[in-house]
Design a protein around this ligand. Structure first.
Ligand code: FAD
Length: 386
């Protein structure tokens, strides 16, 4: 019988869980170590669109495509652009046949978790460091306790990976862009005017060197990001996030003079309000292969979220890493092949994401956004005609 390395996956995000699921399906044991205390410890965040050739492909390989269709929101793929006076500049409201359906992060995570045996995920294990042993294996040192030895440690632990330092000295750099995230619960019943403004999908507004992206999530929830080009410590100095009402009023003040219906999105928010400074690793980030250590997803190539590729790349990495491990008789060669492909594959989306964050809130403002929205529509129409 074929033997596999003892595998530890750090992080139960979309990347780590997809890898674990595909391995489990093939009968390959692996253990996930996740720092959160349990599956419901925190809401997982907003909505994501999964692309056919990456996120959806990974779910097909994981045998979860039917389950995905049950949670996918094909009806929420629209996009609109407004100016700050609330005038509609662009609308693509007929995108429900598009092939990038939305899915809520929490629903995606629950689906992946339900497809794994409970004992495969060790919750409340916050990795502090990975310690190499003399025999080439690794021990895991957690905030409390240790585990090991493992032959292969996969860092699927996001932007601030504790596995990455074993192969790379790079750390994500602040892009200059900070998102302030807010949300509105029960928008359809409580705020039909705002629900109509957002429509079935997402809207963008950009003016005066600041922007808003607001997206419809599942369960009548709307999530918004107010976008600023500011120093890294600006948000913490400007907002008292513990005093949510005060923080929302402070945020609304940043958009003074904008149409009341647009300001209404911030004023009606009744969910948490938090700062999300956007960081990225350099385009082309790579490392020398080291036996027994590899990375996937944001740990390997965190990029700005503007291209909407982060989760798709993480899941495709997972699917490709699993494929190499299953198809290659020598697991060490499998890792080398996975890394060589992944470094190349990620260059294009990372380049787009870097360009997008560099031009975000530029002096051309909404003009560039309009161009982007039109190009997106054209690509969609051409795609459905082909
Ligand atoms: C504001 C914002 C909006 C975004 N919007 C989109 C979008 O629309 N579309 C898109 O494709 N992408 C988007 N992204 C990017 C996307 O969130 C990531 O690319 C994606 O989640 C990466 O998946 P991952 O599995 O690699 O890492 P993560 O999702 O970060 O998961 C990492 C997991 O590891 C765990 N972990 C971390 N450290 C440790 C540790 N020390 N020990 C144990 N466990 C640990 C974490 O708790 C987490 O569960 C957005 C990002 C941001 C910040």
């Amino acid at each position: 019988m074929r033997s596999y390395p003892r595998i530890a996956i750090i992080g139960a995000g979309p990347g780590g869980l997809t890898l674990a699921r595909i391995l489990h399906q093939a009968g390959v044991p692996a253990t996930i170590f996740e720092r959160e205390e349990h599956a419901l410890a925190r809401p997982q965040g907003g909505t994501l669109d999964l692309h056919v050739e990456s996120g959806q492909l990974a779910l097909r390989r994981a045998g979860l495509y039917e389950e995905f269709l049950a949670i996918a929101r094909y009806e929420d793929q629209g996009s609109r652009l407004y100016d700050k006076n609330g005038t509609l500049l662009f609308a693509d409201d007929d995108a429900d046949e598009s092939d990038r359906p939305e899915v809520d992060r929490t629903a995606l995570r629950n689906m992946l978790l339900a497809a794994l045996p409970e004992e495969m995920v060790r919750w409340n294990r916050s990795l502090r460091e990975v310690c190499p042993r003399d025999d080439g294996t690794y021990d895991l040192i957690f905030e409390s306790g240790t585990a090991g030895p493992f032959d292969l440690v996969v860092g699927a632990d996001g932007s601030w990976s504790k596995v990455r330092p074993l192969v790379s000295s790079y750390r994500p750099q602040y892009s200059g862009i900070t998102f302030i995230e807010f949300g509105i619960d029960d928008v359809d019943a409580s705020h039909p005017d705002l629900a109509a403004l957002v429509g079935r999908g997402k809207i963008g507004v950009e003016a005066d060197g600041r922007g808003l992206i607001v997206q419809r999530n599942g369960n009548s929830h709307v999530r918004g990001y107010a976008i600023f080009r500011v120093p890294l410590d600006w948000a913490e100095k400007t907002f008292d996030f513990a005093a949510t009402t005060k923080a929302r009023a402070r945020l609304a003040a940043e958009f003074e003079g904008w149409a009341p219906v647009i300001l209404g999105l911030i004023k009606a928010s009744n969910d948490h309000i938090v700062s999300r400074p956007i960081h990225a690793l350099p385009v082309g980030h790579h490392w020398q292969n080291r036996i027994g250590i590899t990375l996937l997803g944001d740990a390997a190539h965190v990029m700005s979220p503007f291209g909407g590729e982060g989760v798709n790349m993480a899941m495709l990495d997972a699917a490709e890493l699993a494929r190499q491990l299953l198809e290659n008789n020598d697991w060490k060669n499998a890792i080398k092949a996975y890394e060589a492909d992944m470094f190349e594959r990620v260059i294009e989306p990372a380049t787009h994401a870097a360009e997008a964050v560099a031009t975000e809130l530029s002096h051309l403002g909404a003009e560039l956004s309009l161009e982007h929205y039109r190009a997106h529509l054209e690509a969609r129409v051409q795609g459905s005609a082909a």
